[in-house]
Design a protein around this ligand. Structure first.
Ligand SMILES: O=P(O)(O)O[C@@H]1C[C@H](O)[C@@H](CO)O1
Ligand code: HPA
Length: 299
């Protein structure tokens, strides 16, 4: 039996079928835009967009900097679907709702997920405005039992105990580094470990020091649940964090982070991020997705 927070295969299917009936686009790539990074979706050609509130079963965006639109279109001739705004645990959504779109994407045929987010840096060598290719993540809420895969496993999507090593595709990370070189932006591109915390408050100094000691390079309030669900259902994943602030780790430091500053830095770099993602989609082989596992749920 499903608990009140769990979502049935039928519910995902209903939303997927509704979307397929509303657009001719058949995307193999989905892109999630982080805080202030909605511009990524504006680059799509032949757009067809839907407000989240008009999509059956979809949650609503409540965070400033997250427009709340699902945009279908083409990037470099490849069909994509772009979430202009995502859902966060701190908005009060259960993780099944936070990750609802991922399984819907799977059912409409998406094989590759690109996640982006705004994050604070802990690594001493990082600067505000840096772009971090996500190599791996720490799903902190998962340690406390908050995992989107909790509850009865739906074998049609993936296995009960999925591996998470290698969740961030090596080939795509390599390709992204090559693209950064050709764009001459490597000097502010890093590769590191992202940690999701629940938010909505930013980290205390003691928490920041703790995460730094754990080897976290950047911290944010999203992404890990989406990646867990995408990886569970065999999607190939690529992730980028935009470093919008340095996390305060010293009691001498009087600087305080706030969401407006996060949005400001996001805007400053969003064009570069848009070019990087566009080039990546253009050069990735979408018909050769050696995704991590196979399953039967694609219709
Ligand atoms: O959706 P993302 O992870 O980009 O949003 C980040 C984390 C918080 O939601 C917000 C804090 O400013 O930005
Ligand atoms: O410093 C941060 N901490 C957590 N989430 C964030 N999102 C942007 N910056 C931060």
């Amino acid at each position: 039996m499903l608990s009140k927070d769990q979502i049935s295969q039928y519910d995902y299917q209903q939303t997927a079928e509704w979307l397929l009936s509303q657009t001719q686009h058949r995307p193999k790539v989905a892109i999630i835009c982080g805080s202030g990074l909605g511009l990524l979706a504006d680059g799509l050609e032949s757009q067809k967009s839907f407000k989240y509130e008009d999509i059956p079963g979809f949650p609503k965006s409540t965070v400033q900097g997250h427009a709340g639109r699902l945009v279908f279109g083409e990037l470099q001739g490849k069909a994509c679907v772009c979430m202009q705004g995502r859902f966060h645990m701190y908005e009060g959504y259960p993780l099944s709702k936070v990750t609802f779109p991922i399984r819907v994407f799977k059912l409409i045929g998406v094989e590759t997920l690109i996640v982006t987010n705004a994050a604070g840096s802990l690594a001493d060598s990082y600067h505000c405005g840096d772009i971090m290719i996500i190599k791996d993540h720490i799903n902190f809420p998962g340690f406390a039992g908050l995992n989107p895969l909790n509850g009865p496993n739906d074998d049609k999507f993936g296995p009960r105990f999925p591996p998470m090593s290698g969740a961030y595709d090596k080939g795509l990370r390599h390709l992204a580094r090559d693209i950064c070189k050709s764009m001459a932006i490597s000097e502010f591109v890093q590769e590191g470990v992202y940690c999701m915390v629940g938010g909505p408050n930013f980290e205390s100094i003691a928490e920041a020091r703790f995460l730094h000691k754990l080897g976290v390079d950047a911290v944010g309030m999203s992404t890990a649940p989406e990646v867990v669900v995408a990886s569970h259902c065999g999607m190939r994943v690529f992730g980028l964090s935009l470093i919008t602030n340095k996390v305060v780790k010293s009691y001498e430091d009087t600087e305080m982070v706030n969401h407006d500053a996060v949005l400001e830095v996001s805007k400053m770099r969003s064009e570069t991020l848009q070019s990087l993602v566009t080039e990546l989609v253009g050069r990735m082989d979408i018909n050769n997705n050696t995704a991590r596992s196979t399953n039967e749920c694609v219709q």
